[in-house]
Write a protein that binds this ligand. Sequence first.
Ligand code: GDP
Ligand code: MG
Length: 187
Amino acid sequence: LMFGKARTCNIVTVPEHEPLECNIVILGAMGSGKSALTVKFLTKRFISEYDPNLEDTYTSEEVVDQQPVLVKVMDTADQDGPVNCERYLSWANAFIIVYSIDNRNSFEACQQYLETVTLYSKGLQPEAPVILLGNKVDMERYRQVSKADGAALALRFGCLFFEVSACLDFLSVQHIFHEAIREVRRE
Ligand code: GDP
Ligand code: MG
């Protein structure tokens, strides 16, 4: 590219850095709050009713630690666990696997996703970071999954673990996505 020019005048124009792209896929049982979390991150708003069968990918220009990044979030809507997972396994740079702390079944469902994703990711160079995320901490009174259980499952699969609520503060939700981006940068 423009070798001749660079040679004759000894000035090489360095193109501006393309912003890093980061593809994040959100997985988990229906009703765990994947869409609510995605929409909260993208709009700062909690949308309580969201089409449960809608799967879509959204793009957002973010600045994380003073560095721009083009974030793409795939909000999945699997009905029966990690089937047809090829579409996101090869696409994703990071995985967020969500359950609802007030629903034990949604927690059990995470195990399948963790197995599928970590099995795939371990073979990658670099590995894609995985976050296990317990949602709906505002439902503390109805808690069915202890924080210790969440932490233990994460430890077993060597992934990060957080608890959050899509209907409480925006910054805690944003923090999860930004941590995923930081992990991708570290790789
Ligand atoms: P998805 O199927 O995983 O995409 O789940 P949705 O985002 O559609 O959420 C399922 C239901 O849980 C909806 O009724 C939401 O309003 C509700 N919900 C989502 N996140 C939270 C949360 O953090 N707290 C509470 N109390 N409800 C939530
Ligand atoms: Mg949804």
